[in-house]
Design a protein. Sequence first.
Length: 319
Amino acid sequence: MKVLITGGAGFLGSHLAEAWLGRGEEVTVLDLASDAKVRHLRGRADFRMIRESVLNRDILEGLVAWADLVYHLAAVVGVEHYVGDPYQVLTVNINGTQEVLAAAFRHGRKVVFASTSEIYGRSAAVPFDEDGDRVLGSTRIDRWCYSTSKAAAEHLCFAFGRMGLPVVVLRYFNVYGPRLDQMDRGRVVTIFMGQLLRGEPLTVIGDGSQTRTFTYVDDAVRATVAAGLAPAAVGQAINVGSEEEVSIATLASTMVRLGGSTSPVIFVPQEAVYDRGYEDIPRRVPVVRRMREILGVQAEVPLEEGLSRTIEWFKRQSR
Ligand code: UDP
């Protein structure tokens, strides 16, 4: 099989590329980012990376024609972007998805689209069922532009689905693991990682009672591969996550303990970390019935195990 992964040089995409190569398939990655996360794959006959934007129509057309299966992961992600560059978030995430879907439609290729648990916003109907409501704040709060961009992209997926395109929407819940973001940047696990490896205080925003379910990347990748293969997944939105709910305060103290660090955990107001335009989500937990029943996958790596592996990996990188 020939697998195209847009955004394949990113965190999840690079692990997904490895998984498909491990299954003996050919992989092409289309990504604007540096090839740092897939450098170890370069030189293989069954792998190539094209450093281009998904908004480059000619390149995209050729690659979609080449592929048997298309994963669309290319997007602007990370809270610092939602609040720093909403224009890019909206343009790449909405227009990029439209371009990928249109090309796949012309060539009759199945698309698996990487959406997000941010879709549900700050809905109080926890755990989040795929058919549940979305609850978002004002458009004056930049944080919601990411959720909105992914929701518009999902609508495009389902609209193309109605026209006959086989499409699967996956909503990821805080995936983490080796190669996540650059240390000190991006998501909470990498921000805490930098702080704990330097022995500095871990900055928990607010009172730390907000919760997440962190999903180890290997579990997310198994679900993502299954979504490309399972006929029953077509036309569905499926949560990809773990049910192990943890508060951010507990995440911080657990990472300090597992990392053998002496860092204290401190509580800071959100303005200390993000500019205006940020609003936190109090609780985020998925319903995983579809993931289990349609994809045949359950999260298997417990949080402490996944965090230990991740801390080890970052420690090795920083040596
Ligand atoms: N967070 C924190 N300290 C930081 C960065 C993030 O306490 O230095 C919190 C953030 O407020 C949120 C959680 O960690 O409650 C997860 O944040 P992240 O940006 O990783 O992803 P989100 O789930 O909010 O999209």
